[in-house]
Ligand binder design. Sequence first.
Ligand SMILES: [Zn+2]
Length: 274
Amino acid sequence: MNIDLDTGRLIVFLTGFGFFLALESLLPARHLEGAKYRRLLTHSFMAGVNTLLVRTLTFVPMLAWLVYVEQQGWGLARWLGLSGWLEFIISIIVLDAFDYFWHRANHRITFLWRFHKAHHADTSIDVSTALRFHPGELLLSTFAKATWVVIWGPSAIAWFLFEILVSWFAQAHHANWDLPDGLERVVRRIWVTPRFHATHHLVDRRFGDANFSTLLSIWDPCFGTEANALTQAQIKECDLGLPDARDQTASFRHWLAEPFSNQNLGLSKSRQAD
Ligand SMILES: [Zn+2]
């Protein structure tokens, strides 16, 4: 069962990537900085390094942890007696809420921001930005996820469904496409849209330190971190990424060394200061 779900995750990832790559190439919402093929090559190489690390270091221990927690009967979901479709749906909503707080912590806590800023250093965003995460962030997030597993106790199927949805949504909301205005206004009330997430990638911290949701967009208005909605024309007028070292965005070496660089470090404090 786990092997099938794992293969399913890979198939969703590859078809999603192909689909959004085609969509943003045919109907791009914004002009990209730098050649698209270079962005794809750099970000795919980063993804290769990450996949190798995650597969060798965290994938098997995480599966073993899921099974162990299930055997022990730990977690609120089991305590509440949830099962079947109800358990899948509620677990996905709860895990999405945990992800919201984890993403917010990545922007607020300087140590976590050191790793997360490697993702935000991209001066454009497209589907390949969804591949641009620092391996340190992925390793740290494994500990966070292991904690969610023991607190909530999702079934292995709910866990994989959530992971599949996260990978699909990350591609969808980083990709360089847009919904028509009317549809965008409705969809963004429930789901994270490309415009909702592009706003989170603006250099301007009033927008960059907001819109932390991953799947459901409801968490930001719930917890007071939703930015004012911008039109695509307004987003196009603004810079994406981080203020310092904008010329280093395509460099693999700088991406890897990002946690040790003090550039853009003060941004994690900017919102608390106002
Ligand atoms: Zn972020």
